[in-house]
Design a protein around this ligand. Structure first.
Ligand SMILES: Cc1cc2nc3c(=O)[nH]c(=O)nc-3n(C[C@H](O)[C@H](O)[C@H](O)COP(=O)(O)OP(=O)(O)OC[C@H]3O[C@@H](n4cnc5c(N)ncnc54)[C@H](O)[C@@H]3O)c2cc1C
Length: 329
């Protein structure tokens, strides 16, 4: 089969194109360069799926798309499993991409395995690192993801079927302005008759505790040991305009909700500053915050592994340390 190009699903929910799609377009430009170094020409193609979505075409080019395939249909106004699976399957069967990347959002996680099964290929879910195999005669994508609860990293290849498919969580990669020239989009002829196996009667937006962690510029996070000091930490966080977050240890204490959990099974974040208070630094936690620009850790245990990830470490009681710092604010 003649396969070509790196395709990226751009998820649009009620007129908003999610950032993760743009992050994956930028990542794909890096992969394109790696292919180019082996004299393999690839384009980066955004697959823009939704209703009245052409306004997002320029942004796709801004963040790295060489071409945009538009799948526009009123049933796609909100991305339902049935419709988006059908749309992406049709796109793959029509264009035969070499690689296909999907943001591991709630929708992405739901549709990615379904699409992979329908086109009879493999899927690496929640990859954290992607690169083109440096071996001269190889076109393989090396897809690395945490395994065994984050204690091991496994690199997965998909050598016998196409596309080489991976889902990637939001904020694992950054979007980069490439400002590729805007070209006429490829308008995909999408016909779809819903089977109505599932009917959505109403959508309610869930109120998230503590604002949007992904967009936070500064985060102050508490660990299990802070269960009796949550209010103090929250007060300190708001005094420095930081968003309050938690490790799973603190979530398990029942004092805060899972919405604010950072880590492998929580949210991945990339703030300018991350202050970890009483967090041990388990791999599943650091997987979600190690990309912060500056990490400050406060922990009573000088051997705590969080210090290996920190730019600045303070050995001490987090509540006492914050109390001292407060005097200077
Ligand atoms: C499949 C899987 C997925 C997981 N996903 C996540 C995830 O997404 N996010 C996540 O966070 N975890 C996750 N975990 C759990 C993870 O392995 C750890 O158990 C968890 O991160 C520990 O939380 P903690 O650091 O708050 O608590 P602990 O490990 O109990 O550490 C508490 C720390 O507080 C320090 N301390 C005690 N008192 C004080 C004090 N007064 N001041 C300062 N420091 C103090 C201690 O020295 C210790 O280092 C996952 C686990 C599994 C198996």
């Amino acid at each position: 089969m003649n396969v070509k190009d790196i395709y990226v699903y751009i998820e649009v929910r009620e007129q908003t194109a999610l950032d993760v799609g743009f992050q994956l377009l930028s990542l794909s430009q890096t992969l394109k360069e790696q292919y180019a170094a082996k004299s393999i020409a690839q384009d980066v193609v955004a697959v823009l799926v939704g209703h009245n979505v052409e306004k997002h075409i320029k942004t796709c080019h801004d963040y790295g798309a060489d071409k945009v395939v538009v799948v526009d249909h009123e049933v796609l106004n909100f991305p339902t499993t049935e419709a988006v699976t059908h749309a992406l399957t049709q796109v793959i069967k029509t264009f035969n991409p070499e690689c296909f990347l999907i943001g591991a959002t709630v929708v992405g996680r739901d549709i990615a395995p379904r699409v992979a099964a329908r086109v009879a290929t493999g899927l690496t879910a929640d990859a954290t690192h992607l690169e083109v195999d440096p071996a001269d005669d190889s076109r393989l994508l090396l897809m690395t993801r945490p395994a065994f609860g984050g204690n091991l990293y496994g690199t997965i290849i998909c050598p016998f079927s196409y596309p080489q498919m991976s889902s990637i969580r939001p904020e694992v990669f950054v979007k980069v302005l490439y400002e590729r020239p805007v070209v006429e989009p490829i308008r995909f002829d999408f016909s779809f008759t819903p089977k109505h196996t599932i009917e959505v009667l109403e959508r309610k937006v869930k109120h998230k505790e503590g604002g949007d962690l992904k967009k936070a510029h500064m985060i102050l996070a508490g660990g299990r040991s802070m269960a009796n000091h949550v209010e103090k930490l929250q007060e300190f966080a708001s005094s420095i305009n930081a968003t309050f977050a938690a490790s799973r240890g603190l979530v398990e204490s029942g004092k805060v909700g899972k919405d604010i959990q950072v880590g492998q099974t929580g949210t991945s974040v990339r703030p300018a500053l991350y202050i970890a208070c009483g967090i041990s630094g388990a791999a599943q936690h650091t997987a979600g915050m190690e990309n912060a620009q500056t990490i400050i850790a406060i922990n009573t245990d000088p051997e705590a592994s969080i210090f290996q990830f920190s730019h600045l470490g303070v050995v001490g009681d987090a509540v006492e340390v914050l109390k001292e710092v407060q005097k200077y604010l």
